[in-house]
Design a protein around this ligand. Structure first.
Ligand code: G6P
Length: 610
């Protein structure tokens, strides 16, 4: 949540970089934006409620903001409404210090009280303004020393970009529990919340570690820890292409990312499969360790949690150990029963989700071994886990995840098969069959994507519906949760995912002739049961869109108003295929409704506050 950028250079290029960098970070929040630059010994700020375009238009008409030093921010409001005054950067009372912030200062009320007694007044409702005034109150001419003192007093999570009028050649950055990277350039250096912001300028990146402060000039970067010791800077070279974070010829990032799924699935699966053997990077679970496991706990948020919901079904079937799935925001606060014989799997695209990171730390404290399934290399969750397996989805920009979900799921299949093989809970025949089928996933997904236009036609028919239920049983039900979330996120239609067999225990009272029921029926053993549930809602007036496998065509008769067929595959793997038409359906429905698909209201992609 919130994106921050900063620039120090020699050619007065701060403003163009800040705007360009913020554009790449808008996925992190977009209710207001702002920049602060040092210009003729004075900090000048332009900040406004609304999309980045608002300040771009203002800055286009201002020609007095040429500067070598500046910071910028795109906001997802936590404290105080989206408004001009609450937008960042925030300026200190003396006008000497400006701050941009991502995270939450948990003790800001106490700090505000103390600062108020010292005569500080606050213009905004934000926690961030407290940081600016705190720095001001502590400042005695040495900015690095002041920042160190402030970090002792600040509680919560904070990635900060700071400029000070006494330091016209220096940009300061701070990281605690929110991501921050440094881009290393030539005669210019950068800070940002995420790599795409600096990628057009440099491929040399340093990820700040926990509790570090960076001091950047155009030619030099020094890193310190909060206790004052100098830290080593580890630079890595980014080897993915800028194109991966560009829309290219697609209308939206979301559809581009949907279409990329065959490739990224292949990138995630194939390096780990050699004939019939699975090699999960450096992961080495011994038979003894696995035999002693009392359970596996999958912990995540949002769509990553939905991956866990699917995985629970197939993992328990293959591994024959209890598998729990839990929302990270619940897990972290409820004294979970976890010990050294529990394997905790954290799933996260960004690797920075605040609740997932806190859950990871809690699990480790309780003695569990933590394996993470993460997309962003070197992210906090990846760094702090005992073992990490990367999904190779590449940068995902659309707020609504698609390719990250699919790659996470594919990796969970490999993990389940790997463990069941070591434990001997799977027959050779079933194991081989599943591996062969996993290899077919990219090709089968390509087949579904080729028929996207027929899903678009169906979306055209239903985009004005205001009440939608997704129903299915077992694995299908778990996929429905993701289908429903996708639709809610980007089209703002209220929908609910329901276990098909549970509808009659109350919820069926909501079904009427204005309801669209999207039924998913891919599981052979449960097909007839789900069809019975479809009849129940149909006879109460609902319109039915059925998603099922091609082999069921002759069993459907007139039960559904529309049918989307997906290719036949092993039942266990059908979620990987079934989710694709659901993603497409959400996308096209949102498009017909004229929604802002890549930046849905109130959402942000990377949720770094709890
Ligand atoms: C946000 C995103 C979701 C994502 C969730 C968890 O809500 O909009 O798409 O599933 O965060 O994020 P993570 O980065 O941990 O997968």
């Amino acid at each position: 949540m919130c994106g921050i950028v900063g620039y120090i250079g020699e050619n007065k290029k701060a403003v163009p970089f800040l705007l360009q960098g913020l554009e790449k970070l808008e996925y992190r929040g977009y209710d207001s934006s702002g920049i602060a630059v040092l210009n003729q010994n004075e900090i000048k700020i332009v900040k406004k409620q609304g999309r980045l375009k608002v300040i771009k238009d203002i800055l286009g008409s201002k020609d007095d903001l040429h500067s070598n030093l500046g910071i910028g921010h795109t906001r997802w409001a936590t404290h105080g409404d989206p408004s001009d005054v609450n937008a960042h950067p925030h300026l200190s009372k003396s006008g000497k210090i400006a701050v941009v912030h991502n995270g939450i200062i948990e003790n800001y009320i106490n700090l505000k009280k103390t600062l108020s007694k010292k005569g500080y007044e606050f213009k905004s409702d934000t926690d961030t303004e407290v940081v600016a005034q705190l720095l001001d109150s502590l400042y005695e001419g040495n900015m690095l020393g002041t920042i160190k003192k402030a970090t002792d007093l600040l509680e919560g999570s904070f990635a900060l970009g700071i400029i000070c009028t006494d330091y016209p050649d220096t940009l300061f950055a701070v990281k605690k529990d929110s991501p921050l990277i440094i881009g290393v350039g030539e005669d210019e250096n950068f800070i940002a919340s995420d790599i795409p912001a600096v990628l057009s300028k440099t491929r040399k990146i340093c990820r700040l570690k926990e509790k570090q402060i960076a001091v950047l000039t155009s030619k030099n970067i020094d890193i310190f820890d909060f206790s004052g010791g100098k830290a080593k800077m580890e630079i890595s070279e980014i080897n993915w292409n800028v194109d991966a974070a560009e829309k290219n010829n697609y209308d939206h990032f979301m559809i581009k990312e949907i279409m990329e799924q065959p490739k990224v699935l292949n990138d995630t699966i194939s390096p780990r499969l050699k004939d019939y053997s699975i090699k999960l990077d450096n992961l080495n679970f011994t038979e003894e360790y696995l035999k002693n496991l009392n359970k596996i706990s999958i912990v995540a948020c949002g769509s990553a949690y939905h991956v866990g919901c699917v995985a629970k079904y197939f993992m328990e079937e293959l591994i024959r150990k209890p598998v729990e799935v839990e929302l990270a925001s619940e897990f972290r606060y409820r004294s979970p029963i976890v010990d050294k014989n529990t394997l905790v799997i954290i799933i996260s695209q960004s690797g920075e989700t605040a609740d997932s990171l806190a859950a990871l730390r809690e699990a480790k404290k309780l003695g569990a071994r933590v394996l993470s399934v993460v997309n962003v290399v070197g992210s906090s969750i990846a760094n702090e886990s005992d073992d990490v397996l990367y999904t190779w989805a590449g940068p995902e920009i659309a707020v609504a995840t698609t390719k990250a979900y699919s790659t996470q799921l594919s990796l969970m299949y490999l993990i389940a098969l790997y463990i069941s093989k070591v434990l001997g809970t799977i027959t050779d025949e079933k194991y081989k069959n599943l591996i062969e089928n996993i290899k077919l996933l990219p090709e089968k997904i390509t087949g579904i994507l080729k028929k996207a236009s027929s899903t678009e036609e169906i979306a055209k028919k239903y985009y004005q519906t205001e009440k939608i239920f997704f129903i299915g049983r077992t694995l299908d039900y778990a996929v429905c949760m993701e289908g429903s979330l996708k639709l809610k996120e980007i089209s703002y239609i209220h929908s609910e995912a329901y276990a098909a067999g549970e509808l009659k225990h109350g919820t069926i009272s909501l079904i009427d002739n204005k309801t669209l029921v999207i039924a998913l029926a891919t599981q052979d053993k449960l097909f007839d049961k789900t069809i019975s549930n479809i009849r129940e809602v149909k006879s109460r007036g609902a319109t039915i869109l059925l998603i099922t496998t091609e082999d069921k065509a002759d069993k459907i008769s007139d039960i559904a108003d529309d049918v989307i067929y997906i290719p036949k595959i092993s039942n266990i793997l059908s979620p990987s295929l079934a989710v694709i038409p659901m993603q497409l359906l959400s996308y096209y429905i949102a498009k017909f409704r004229g929604c802002d698909i890549d930046k849905p209201r109130n959402l942000a992609k990377s949720v770094t506050v709890e």
